[in-house]
Design a protein around this ligand. Structure first.
Ligand SMILES: C[S@@+](CC[C@H](N)C(=O)[O-])C[C@H]1O[C@@H](n2cnc3c(N)ncnc32)[C@H](O)[C@@H]1O
Length: 228
């Protein structure tokens, strides 16, 4: 699919500015290597305690991020789905998914990010979401989900632990369910997975039918299935 998901509106203007936009996006995403400085869950929670206010503003500066989230939802979620958003943060993906799904549960390690997500959901009067402060590893859903989505959480997970996190996502799904992951690319910034790494990690967790879609210069969407 690559960048074919980008609309053709303003195409000449976009072509002119494309190298600049790409350079800005690349520089920005390379800033996310700051996650390397967070050795524990407590450190992640502390970081987001102070980061939550600027978080949405920062991401709102790149339309590619918002479009990528929309692409993720379009690719993965169908009407009537029960969806889990893992590492939901301030609820950006949760809110987009809630527009289409029957219900969306969002979980995040940071109580501060969850607090902001709840504020946003209440402000928008969205009624089909539940948000919980918990780690992926500590979460035990009552029922399995049709779909699991996760956006930009994986850089917080040490590389050797990523297959275990994907195993959690696998276990959260019904047989035949789909996982959809949105993030950047290891080829652009080393806190993300390369194509080879994400394929290997998802395969180790039991997923099949893996599709990777590179979109908007630096972003990548991965979609995979839990076998029936
Ligand atoms: C970069 S933010 C992404 C937030 C949101 N998904 C988005 O796209 O805006 C990463 C989030 O992952 C959460 N996180 C990191 N490790 C986690 C874990 N083990 N379990 C649950 N959430 C985690 C962090 O607290 C943070 O809110």
């Amino acid at each position: 699919m690559s960048d074919t998901m980008v609309s053709e509106d303003n195409a000449p203007l976009r072509k002119l500015f494309r190298p600049v936009i790409k350079a800005l996006r690349t520089a920005y995403i390379q800033g996310t290597t700051v996650v390397k400085l967070m050795p524990s869950e407590r450190a992640i929670q502390l970081y987001y305690k102070y980061r939550k206010k600027s978080y949405d503003l920062q991401w709102s500066m790149d339309p590619g991020y918002r479009k990528g989230l929309k692409n993720l939802v379009d690719l993965v979620i169908e009407q009537g789905d029960m969806v889990l958003d893992v590492g939901c943060g301030t609820g950006s993906a949760t809110i987009v998914a809630a527009d289409k799904a029957k219900e969306v549960v969002g979980i995040d390690l940071s109580p501060d990010m969850i607090e902001l997500a709840i504020e946003k959901v209440n402000k928008k009067r969205i009624e089909n979401t539940c948000l919980f402060a918990t780690s992926v590893e500590g979460y035990c859903p009552e029922l399995p989900f049709d779909k699991v989505i996760s956006s930009f959480m994986i850089p917080h997970v040490k590389p050797h632990f990523r297959p275990a996190i994907y195993s959690c996502m696998f276990n959260f799904l019904k047989p035949g369910g789909t996982v959809g992951l949105f993030g950047s690319r290891g080829e652009v910034c080393d806190v993300y997975e390369t194509r080879k790494e994400i394929e290997e990690n998802l395969t180790r967790a039991g997923f099949t039918n893996i599709e990777l879609h590179d979109v908007y210069d630096i972003y990548r969407i991965a979609v995979a299935r839990k076998p029936l």
